[in-house]
Design a binder for this molecule. Sequence first.
Ligand SMILES: O=C(O)CCC(=O)C(=O)O
Ligand SMILES: [Fe+2]
Length: 279
Amino acid sequence: MAVQNVDFTAADAPQRFVASLRETGFGVLRNHPISSELVESIYCQWQAFFEGQDKHEFRFDPERQDGYFPPSVSETAKGQTVKDLKEYYHVYPWGRIPDALAGNIMEYYRRAESLAATLLGWIEAQTPPEVAALYREPLSRMIADSGQTLLRVLHYPPLSGDEVPGAVRAAAHEDINLITVLPASNEPGLEVKTREGEWLAVPCDPGQLIINVGDMLQEASGGYFPSTSHRVVNPSGPARFHSRLSLPLFLHPRPEVVLSDRHTADSYLKERLRELGVI
Ligand SMILES: O=C(O)CCC(=O)C(=O)O
Ligand SMILES: [Fe+2]
């Protein structure tokens, strides 16, 4: 099955959306409640922030993980040797946010978090009973007031031609969290790996939202929902000179939430961050 593009307002949206997550790890939503004007204005404001110098005053705090991560620090995906070609800013409700950017980005954070709670309700309701019995508490409750949900504002700079050989915008990886809510980027490049091992572009028009399963939902569902590898490939042609922005919201449970016999959300997150080399 290909990644399904689902009308959020259709009567059968929960079934179609959750079937897509089960089959591909991804689903795309249209006619959803998050305004595309808000996303556009966030891209515009943060493009200017990344082009300016103030970002260096917000350098990330290694303990708390909020703030600006420059390209020299940026992640090396699990199993890779070269860093991704990206810089990013981690927004948490309790974290530092430049004053002029706080209104819109927190508005987006709250709306996307609330939509994610609805979608986790759909996922739970569409999970077969024998799998749902593995959830230690309702999925939507796992994220309530967690303080761990992370909004990452990503900037992939234009390519200079001097990149380290083999470096890509985002090397193949799986997300750590329960689910990710990702508005369509201003530029293409996102690809998902199919069960057959092929890389396919995620088809998503401006204003639509991509949702994907992360490792924590895979863990909590005993593997029923697959956390699927994805990547962002380097552009070619004139698009080499374009910046790319994206805005994933990573839904994280409260630290003490039990995901499985092996892991709490906290033990799982720490293990994964160590692998990424960021703690
Ligand atoms: O930039 C994108 O479209 C995806 C980013 C991503 O997969 C991530 O940051 O985990
Ligand atoms: Fe990702």
